[in-house]
Design a protein around this ligand. Structure first.
Ligand code: ZN
Length: 278
């Protein structure tokens, strides 16, 4: 039985250069990345989906990082009919951004029917507060799983389970076609919901030969892909006029992609190691 609300721990890994080949496309997909269980969708009122959110500053999220969270939410709002408003405190369903006690960036997949959605962003781990990571986690909460768990992914990528520690292997199990859809969109190497390839020495996932062109984009955490935007809008049946707009706003000058100061940056390898303990 699928657990829609399993938390998704994240990995952050460097990309590596890959030989670039010409691509030919061949898409014929069934399952996908978006949950089909509409009970886990956020309710729509009129033309909009209004999602209350709350940034728990007491948990240790700084005001600068709160601004980054809100910048990510604005990016989603600018291309969809999703709108985020500050929670007033009486809402049953809302997103709480909180720094947990343990080292994790995670989110439930879809709206928890009976409790708030906690998006956990560990405050000693700057990677959790990259805008692309915040986008990734928030899109989980909207109702999306990982692209590389797409039912047809074995046509597109090869998984190296031998290089993935056992507790993490479940992050590579296929979604059930009964529970997930891609809303007639293509397998999407550009998706912000795709994991990266792992290291060159110990790859975790690589595109199949004919798709090697996409290797350098796989696992990107810079922006929502056009496919990501399309799938969100299809899930929430957004009127086209709300999602024909510009790509992610790179000109949001109030927010830089990199934080101004990092006094407690951890080593990437340590982060991954502690991630493995989950
Ligand atoms: Zn994820």
């Amino acid at each position: 039985m699928m657990d829609y609300h399993e938390d998704h721990e994240e990995e952050y890994e460097d990309f590596y250069d890959e030989e670039i080949l010409e691509d030919s496309e061949e898409y014929n997909d069934e399952g996908g990345t978006a949950i089909l269980n509409t009970k886990s969708y956020w309710p729509k009122v009129g033309n909009f989906v209004i999602i209350p959110y709350y940034v728990n500053l007491k948990s240790g999220i700084s005001k600068e990082r709160k601004r980054r969270i809100e910048a990510a939410l604005r990016r989603i709002a600018s291309r969809t009919c999703i709108r985020f408003k500050k929670a007033k405190g009486h809402e049953k369903n809302f997103i709480e951004f909180i720094s947990p006690d343990k080292n994790t960036c995670s989110s439930p997949v879809g709206m928890n029917p009976n409790k708030p959605n906690q998006i956990k962003l560990y405050n000693k781990r700057s990677g959790c507060f990259k805008i692309g990571t915040i986008l990734h986690e928030t899109i989980h909460s909207l109702g999306f799983g990982h692209m590389h768990k797409h039912t047809s992914r074995d046509k597109y990528v090869k998984i190296y389970l031998e290089n993935i520690k056992e507790p993490r292997q479940k992050s590579y199990y296929l979604h059930s076609a009964d529970a997930y859809t891609n809303f007639d969109t293509k397998y999407d190497f550009f998706s912000i919901m795709h994991y990266g390839p792992g290291s060159k020495e110990a790859p975790k996932m690589r595109p199949k030969r004919k798709y090697l062109f996409y290797a350098k984009y796989m696992g990107q955490r810079n922006r929502m892909s056009d496919g990501d935007v399309e799938r969100i809008n299809k899930m929430y049946q957004c009127d086209k006029k709300y999602w024909s707009g510009a790509p992610d706003d790179y000109n949001d000058v109030s927010i830089s992609e990199n934080e101004s100061s990092e006094s407690y940056e951890e080593e990437e390898t340590e982060e991954e190691e502690s991630d493995e303990d989950e």
